[in-house]
Design a protein around this ligand. Structure first.
Ligand code: NAD
Length: 416
């Protein structure tokens, strides 16, 4: 069935929910969850964290126009910042002209680390590698589910680090965690094999923990943005120059990557991911060559169209964590219709590239403040004390005057 999601932003809430519900075959109960609180009950919150006193809501919106690996998506985003969802939708619309985003995510290996001290590193390494099978079998005995589906611990490797406290052996366990983020299963396996590692090496194990630097769970991909739709050759060339600024200057790169994370974290929030894990890995990867740089690259093809590429570690899951507990995260995952963690990683990567495109396009042409402040004007009107039926008038007047500020909002309210 073909869904008309054009001018989604002009529809009212009910019409938007109707479109999403039809697109994703949502049940009455799921629609009600979206319409009511959309969040978790206090009882659920109280089970999730300690000392709970309440819950805290954020806006949930839908980015439209996404075609990723030839499949159409409505992409749920949870974010407090205005203009992110509009920017993602606009970028996806332009990318769609050339077929959308082509993304890849080949592996789902998490990395567990075991720190061994008081050890002769070279001979310990030999012994560990010789006992690989025994160690892997023990690790896999800690998760029946992963073993049953052909996933689980697959490889062992060793490295030496030289520290102020002397040399240490770091044993790394590579675990195919399938469709889970995998932090808990990784930690369980690392703790499970630690006594065996001590026995084999005659050393002392200190830490047994997942590494969030998920370099064996990379997502990468590209999209082409047609020159005319971008705003012409000069805008394409300016975007490439803007990218070069980020590629060679850390102060620019951090802001450039923050824009990418606007897209990534919004989708990660909506689908109940561990956003800190994604952020930490992304920024480490941005520094992989010893200097912090852009997580994307921008160039043009032979016809002058803009071509963007992203490559980023992406540790996400569609089972486990809060994904099966948070009702809205479950619904958002259903709206995406994802069949695997790998598919979700591709969508999140595409959202990051889309967001980066829109930010660069705005920066390299009219600047971001015009669009951003136009969208932010509603927040300013509300903060100045405007009632629901005053907000539109107030926003219109501030926008037409080009003066979007809390002081002007208060003055206009006074006049009204
Ligand atoms: P989880 O503990 O709920 O485990 C997921 C489990 O689902 C697996 O162990 C497996 O038994 C089962 N499963 C069923 N079907 C599966 C499939 N197709 N593929 C894979 N597993 C399948 O969740 P998790 O993913 O191990 O842990 C994620 C949570 O851990 C997040 O909430 C995160 O915040 C938290 N956490 C993070 C860190 C960190 O990042 N450093 C540390 C500790 C905990």
């Amino acid at each position: 069935m073909k869904f008309d999601v054009s001018r989604f932003f002009e529809k009212d809430r009910k019409e938007r929910i109707d479109i999403v519900a039809k697109f994703a075959n949502l049940t009455e109960q799921e629609i009600q969850t979206l319409e009511n609180s959309g969040g978790i009950s206090f009882e659920q919150a109280d089970k999730m964290v300690e000392n709970a006193i309440g819950t805290f809501s954020f806006p949930l919106g839908i980015a439209t126009n996404f075609t990723i690996n030839k499949k159409e998506y409505l992409v749920p985003m949870v974010i407090e910042e205005p203009s992110v969802i509009a920017a993602a939708s606009k970028a996806a619309k332009i990318a769609k002209i050339r077929g959308g985003f082509e993304m890849q995510n080949d592996e789902s290996y998490s990395i567990g680390q075991i720190q061994v001290v008081n050890v002769d590193v070279d001979s310990a390494m030999q012994k560990i590698l010789k006992s690989s099978k025994e160690i892997l079998d023990l690790a896999n005995s800690k998760s029946n589910t992963l073993s049953k589906i052909g996933k689980g611990a697959k490889e062992i490797s060793c490295k030496e680090i030289r520290t102020d406290a002397g040399p240490m052996l770091i044993v790394e366990l590579l675990i195919d965690v399938g469709d889970a983020m995998g932090a808990n299963v990784t930690n369980t396996m690392c703790e499970g094999i630690a006594p065996l590692i001590e026995k084999i090496t005659n050393g002392k194990v200190i830490l047994r923990i997942l590494s969030n630097y998920s370099t064996r769970r990379m997502v990468s991909g590209t999209a082409t943005f047609e020159k005319e739709a971008v705003g012409g050759q000069e805008t394409v060339d300016n975007i490439i120059l803007a990218y070069q600024f980020a590629a060679y200057d850390e102060y620019r790169a951090v802001t450039h990557n923050k824009g990418i994370m606007n897209g990534i974290i919004a989708v990660a929030n909506a689908t109940g991911q561990d956003t800190r894990a994604i952020e930490a890995a992304a920024h480490a990867y941005a520094s992989k060559n010893g200097r912090y740089t852009s997580l994307t690259q921008w160039d043009k093809d032979n016809d002058g169209n803009l071509v963007g590429r992203i490559e980023i570690p992406m540790s996400v899951g569609i089972v486990g964590g809060i994904i099966n507990v948070h009702p809205t995260a479950k619904i958002c995952t259903k709206i995406l219709g994802v069949q695997s963690a790998s598919e979700l990683a591709c969508i999140i990567g595409a959202a990051g590239l889309a967001q980066n495109f829109s930010a660069l396009r705005a920066l390299a042409s009219e600047g971001i403040q015009k669009g951003h402040m136009r969208l932010h004007a509603r927040n300013i009107a509300a903060a100045a004390g405007a009632t629901n039926d005053q907000i539109d008038t107030l926003v219109k007047k501030m926008t037409s005057e080009g003066n979007i500020s809390i002081n002007r909002a208060r003055e206009i309210l006074g006049e009204l």
